[in-house]
Design a protein around this ligand. Structure first.
Ligand code: THG
Length: 272
């Protein structure tokens, strides 16, 4: 399971004010907390912050890199700015692995971002949508996922550096989507051997709902059983992380031992 930390996101008020004021302390503390919880990759998203977004990305990535050597995922829906930010962050942190989050399968979007992934040796996330928006059905998700995967492979990016994201939306506005997303993962898993990775912005599923943690945790386990092997999620949510590890033990992805949670932590080099 590749745990992408969702927490360094300007959508959260503490992170937003840290970026706006260029105050490192909150970002350093949150990064350490996410790493201690089991994060593998630090996703960073500016949210609605002030100032030059490229400069903000460089500042935020450098700050996160003061607290950890983990890979950093640059998260933005603005492809031109994101391409520039990835190049600049790579210059500033040449030894840090980067993930581009994300491209869609729209041609102009892929043209801006896939070459930057190839150039900077970065992994890349492809959303299974195009210029027409998020598909309402499984077929269109699968078609967009296949289009993105082929384009990335043609640019020389290896399957292990490609993540497909079938896009989960809040269950309270689109209740058919959670199952459509799982079916898209199952179908896209058959695309190639080895397959790409499958990722979701997990907390989207429970936005504006009661029982957020319970919905996140339940859906994560369902998605892992369909083939999900990465998620943007709160690594400080212990019950969530432990549910993911348990699901993977039950799928024989980790060897069972009586204290399998502790074994998993030791393997990752985190305390507990
Ligand atoms: N796919 C990909 N990237 C993504 C998403 C995705 N990046 C952004 C998002 N979706 C994943 N990250 C988050 C981060 C936070 C929340 C949801 C998804 C979240 N935040 C609280 C909220 O909105 O209620 C903030 C509450 C607060 O202000 O404290 O839920 O799908 N590739």
């Amino acid at each position: 399971m590749h745990i992408f930390s969702e927490r360094i996101n300007g959508m959260y008020r503490d992170v937003r004010s840290a970026i706006n004021e260029k105050e490192k302390a909150a970002v350093l503390a949150l990064t350490k907390e996410q790493v201690a919880g089991g994060a593998d990759i630090m996703d960073i998203n500016l949210g609605p912050t002030k100032g030059d977004p490229v400069e903000n990305f460089v500042w935020l990535a450098q700050t996160v890199a003061e607290a950890t050597d983990l890979p950093i995922s640059l998260d933005s829906a603005k492809p031109k700015m994101l391409a520039e930010a990835v190049r600049r962050v790579k210059e500033a942190l040449p030894n840090t692995r980067l993930v581009i989050n994300s491209s869609t399968a729209a041609p102009e979007n892929m043209e801006q971002l896939i070459p930057v992934a190839a150039e900077t040796g970065s992994a890349i996330i492809g959303l299974t949508m195009d210029q027409e928006g998020v598909p309402g059905n499984v077929e269109k998700r699968v078609e967009c996922g296949a289009t993105f995967f082929m384009a990335a492979m043609e640019a020389g990016i290896m399957p292990e550096d490609i993540y497909l994201d079938p896009i989960i939306l809040p269950v309270n506005v689109a209740q058919k989507q959670p199952m459509n997303v799982l079916e898209a993962i199952r179908q896209l898993s058959m695309l190639s051997d080895p397959p790409p990775h499958f990722i979701l912005g997990l907390s989207n599923v429970s936005q504006q709902c009661l029982f957020r943690n319970l919905l996140n945790r339940t859906y994560l386990v369902m998605a892992i059983s369909a083939g999900l092997d990465a998620a943007i999620m709160d690594a400080a949510d212990k019950d969530l992380v432990e549910a993911a590890v348990s699901a993977e033990v039950l799928m024989e992805k980790h060897l069972y031992s009586d204290d399998y949670i502790k074994a998993w932590k030791m393997q990752k080099g985190i305390a507990g």
